[in-house]
Ligand binder design. Sequence first.
Ligand code: GRF
Length: 203
Amino acid sequence: KTIAVFVSGNGTNLQAIMNAVVRGALKARIALVVSDKKDAFALKRARRAGISTLFLDPKDYRDRRAYDAAVLRHLKAQEVDLIVLAGFMRILSPSFVRAYRNRILNIHPALLPAFPGERAIKDAFRYGVGVTGVTVHFVDEEVDHGPIIVQEPVRVLATDTMESLEKKIHKVEHRIYPEAIKKVLSGGLILKGRRVLPASHPE
Ligand code: GRF
């Protein structure tokens, strides 16, 4: 199976996925790492590992549709089975989501539907929750929304700071994302009583 990973930032989740592939824990090939940010450290991680990268600058496209169409053209050439969003900070257009329905995963650092958005860890911490966590879900047309694949709770202790909570959450992310990808690729996934077919590239 072939995956593409979309990034915008540091790429610690990308790193965890690459490590799982190297270890043999995740039997997949990372065909491409796509970024909307030229300086994303994630691109360096990919290049260092010998993985092809694609940077497309949103400024070069007249709108979201045009940008997404360009990304789609590159993906089609690669026959990608599954798209993995790992800190990709752009919203995908409905037509992109339709082209890869149930074939785009996202990881979110909170227990959805609580605390969607870009500052989920901070929002949960500031709210004063006793439990937050990590969600891996399929991407649909809404932001931080779609069928949930796995969730893992993370306790917030009285002694926790934003920084310590952030650390705990990232640690969980790096463990569960490769596992969730493996589950989806193997086809052993049952969502709300319905088996989801193993991801394979759209015809
Ligand atoms: C992660 O916390 C992820 O949940 C969120 O963006 C962050 C990406 O971090 N969607 P990294 O680039 O993988 O280090």
